[in-house]
Design a protein around this ligand. Structure first.
Ligand code: DOR
Length: 442
């Protein structure tokens, strides 16, 4: 649902919440053109254009700066049956995201200027949520020779990553960090020592033993994070850890940050909420890489997100079709659909007081913007109007029909969740309006 930035938008009597400058007040927020033009009590009162304005007024609604997702799999080119750029951007808008970064494990891999350009052009032509490609670190994500990062960056890539695969060679990782730092772009690592995870189906622990499934030990993540921190210190490059999942990774990050090393990290909603026990029924929707861990990992991740050791929340939106999920666990593809569930899942942590509202918003706005060098979204006069309106109390049931993503693969299917995105605004344009679309069932 897209409406052109023409008549003003008014958010009347909303709780505008922007921790970047301490804004937390019941106010009116006015958008004219692509800008926020007024913020304040009764700010919409004397607006000349008020008759033509589109008004959002909802008791208890929260208005945030637009959310940024550092980690989404959009599958185009090559696997459009799972997701394409258009459906991915629709899902992003419905999830409250004004910007998403698209991982390069497409088919073919996004390891060249031509593919990056194609993705940028397709996304711009579709409009709505902005898409920022992430280029591959190595050609074909094979972990051997580096891509032409200068070309990728010039074509619009905001970072490089071999996500889905780890750069296991220390020599290649060192060169990748050195090369990327000359363009000031981060290297995003999928931390997995593949030699330790060959054939793994889930986290290695009591449940994998009980189910007789090969396990993915947490040390396979910790080893890579420890090595990468040393390389980041040595090269002075920007290192970002994708989908942190272990207590050990948190410990290593905390120590690295205390010593001033340039590292940042993200955590997904599913790693913050679900344990390996979710696999007890062999539910393929819970198969993900890295795998769901144990309660003490979750506690460590939640604490690290709360205290800023983990900077960002990222969805690792990984849509798969029923072909890859309605099968034996060993055959199933790893990954969960994520863009449209992030807000309700994380608000459940805010409600439990495991996370403050301020850190929740910071981890989806300022922190990811800083990692990849995007403009920081803000609610203030003159700022670009990138906004998301959320009703934190609205309950809805997750269903295939409620999700815009082609990926319906989520363990939260048929579950009732609380917190719903009501509208998403990108540079003054309404790219999602729950009232107009009516897709989510209440
Ligand atoms: O579970 C995952 N799915 N983890 C990854 O790292 C890749 C992703 C995918 O592309 O499906």
């Amino acid at each position: 649902m897209t409406s052109k930035a023409g008549s003003p938008l008014i958010f009347r009597g909303v709780r505008a919440f922007d921790p970047s400058h301490g804004l937390d007040a019941i106010v009116d927020v006015v958008v004219e053109g692509d800008r926020v033009t007024r913020v304040g009590a009764d700010a919409a009162k004397n607006l000349a254009d008020v008759a033509s304005a589109r008004v959002y007024e909802r008791a208890g609604a929260l208005l945030f700066p637009g959310f940024i997702d550092l980690h989404a799999h959009v599958r185009e080119p090559g696997q459009e049956y799972k997701e394409d750029i258009a459906s991915g951007l629709r899902a992003a808008a419905a999830g409250g995201f004004t910007d998403i970064c698209a991982m390069p494990n497409t088919k073919p891999v996004n390891d060249t200027r031509a593919i990056t350009e194609m993705i940028v052009h397709r996304a711009r032509a579709i409009g709505g949520t902005r898409l920022h490609p992430i280029g591959a670190i190595t050609v074909g994500q094979r972990g051997e020779s580096l891509t032409e990062m200068a070309d990728l960056r010039d074509a619009g890539a905001v970072a490089v990553s071999d996500d889905g695969r780890c750069v296991t060679s220390s020599a290649v990782m060192r060169r990748a960090l050195e090369y990327a730092s000359t363009f000031d772009i981060p290297v995003i690592q999928h931390a997995e020592d593949h030699a330790l995870t060959d054939g793994a189906q889930m986290h290695e622990g009591a449940i994998s033993t009980k189910l007789g499934l090969r396990g993915w030990p947490r040390v396979a993540e910790d080893i890579i994070v420890a090595r990468d921190v040393l390389l980041a210190e040595y090269t002075h490059a920007k290192y970002h850890l994708a989908h942190a999942s272990t207590e050990g990774a948190v410990r290593i990050l905390r120590e690295a940050k205390s010593r001033g090393i340039s590292v940042s990290a993200e955590v997904t909603p599913h790693h913050l909420l679900l344990t390996h026990e979710a696999l007890l029924g062999y539910d393929t929707a819970c198969k993900v890489n890295p795998p769901l861990r144990e309660a003490h990992d979750i506690e460590a991740l939640q604490r690290a997100l709360a205290d800023g050791t983990i900077d960002c929340i990222a969805t690792d939106h990984a849509p798969h079709s029923s072909l890859e999920k309605e099968c034996e666990l060993a055959e199933a593809a790893p990954g969960l659909t994520g863009l449209e569930l992030c807000v309700p899942l994380l608000l459940s942590l805010v409600e439990k007081k495991a996370l403050t509202l301020a850190r929740f918003v910071d981890a989806l706005t300022r922190a990811p913007a800083k990692v990849v060098g995007l403009d920081m979204p803000q609610i203030k006069d003159g700022a670009r109007a990138d906004l998301v309106l959320v009703d934190p109390n609205e309950a809805w049931t997750v269903s295939a029909g409620a999700l815009r993503s082609k990926g319906k693969n989520t363990p939260f299917m048929n579950r009732e969740v609380k917190g719903r995105v009501r509208a998403t605004i990108v540079a003054g344009e309404v790219v999602f309006d729950a009232s107009a679309s009516g897709a989510a069932s209440s």
